[in-house]
Design a protein around this ligand. Sequence first.
Ligand SMILES: [Ca+2]
Length: 498
Amino acid sequence: MTQAARAGRMFPYTEDAIMMRTCKVLFAAAAVAGLAVLAASMVSGGDAGDLERGFLRPPDAAKPRVWWHWTGGNVTREGITRDLEWMQRVGIGGAHVADIGMEGGQIVPDKVEFFTRAWFDALGHAAAESDRLGLELSIFSSSGWSLTGGPWVGPEQAMKKLVWSETGIEGPARIGRRLPQPPAHAGAFGGLRGTAPRRGGAPDAFYRDSAVVAFRTPPDETWMGDLAPVLTSSGGAVDPGVLCDDLLETAATITAGDDGVAWVQYAFPRPARIRAVTLLAPGRGVPFGRIQISADGAAYETIVELPGAVPYRAGGLKTYAFPAVSARFLRVVLTGAAPDPEAVMSQSAPKPEGRYQLAEFIVHTGARVDRWQDKAGFGLIYAYETVPTPPVGPEAAIRPADVVDLTTKGGREQARVTEADMAAPWFGDMKEGRRPASWLIHDRLVSEAAGILVPSFAFRAPLGATNLVLWRWAESGPHRVRVHDPDHVLPKNRASWT
Ligand SMILES: [Ca+2]
């Protein structure tokens, strides 16, 4: 039985009844529309001839405007005139000049580079010709694909991307070493040179420090090397080193079978607890496929459906997070084709590939934000609500032992905090431009503790009441706060704990 037949059977009306109701509604709507047309004709005094004449010779305001690409400086005065005369002849009302730094199309010997004297002359000619021909002319605020950029915008004022490096440190210890400088390459993501634009990007041009962030590594975080997996694939030997070296340039090629399907698999010596997988694919990005796990290497369960590359701003690096699983085997199956054409923006399934390339394939035992690269703007997601991050347990959150207890004399002495500091009214200090004493506690302890437990000085708070102040949270959400307020002192809204 088809979907439509099922739906029809469940619907309380017969098809004839529906048609009749529809006809009545249409008739009513047509009657109202007819009155409106009649009223308009009476006011304007026009007739059906006006409508026909207007249709055959629409007024300028009703004519379409067109997007007029000036590509790669390939512009001449003669070409401008011929374009505009053609537009006027075929009934176009105006053009929007879209200057773009893009190759292709007809090439002219003397290119007109954006914002040069020759370019302003060409634009002035276009404006004069538009006036002569009665066309409307508008223009981008800048050259396209560089947004608001141009040669007069230096690297310091130009668009930038956030880059970082990571250093693992065994603690507790006082560290005096110099941290490695993050990459300063042009390109869409981090140090991935292969993602640099073909032209226009200034290589290795600009770098500045932004911040150093230190956090205690959650105990369930295990480096790939310590998991000691064995790598196999459906299409020949793969060097495991190229899949975990943080480089796009080094990639494994896996030949697909006749059905267009290929897989790459990690086998762990013992079951590993896994919460996320990161994949990096050159070219158009991570293809369609699925991530599967198995306990015995025979029966596999799909835990992630890979949605295929987004047609625009694909972004090759993706982290897929899921509720923690235990697995001896984890494989990525690449099918190249969507399971369902409707899942693809173009509404047509791509053909399966003969071979696939993977540049990185990393499993994470610690918590990650699902598709964090896309959510941070390095890629694109059309529907964010479809990729929520799974909640994490206490092993990935702040340990209570990291919180300094200032409700005890010993805790206060250890943290060099007095009761007077904590009780100091903050509003007056702040109003007079001073940093309140209670805030200085935060300034001094923020690098040493995840938060503090302090006596409550709130109005109506009973003796012995305490407040928990956290200034660091678990690295991934969503978070849950359970409010314990037996004395009913806190207001019953989020203001109490945000
Ligand atoms: Ca690599």
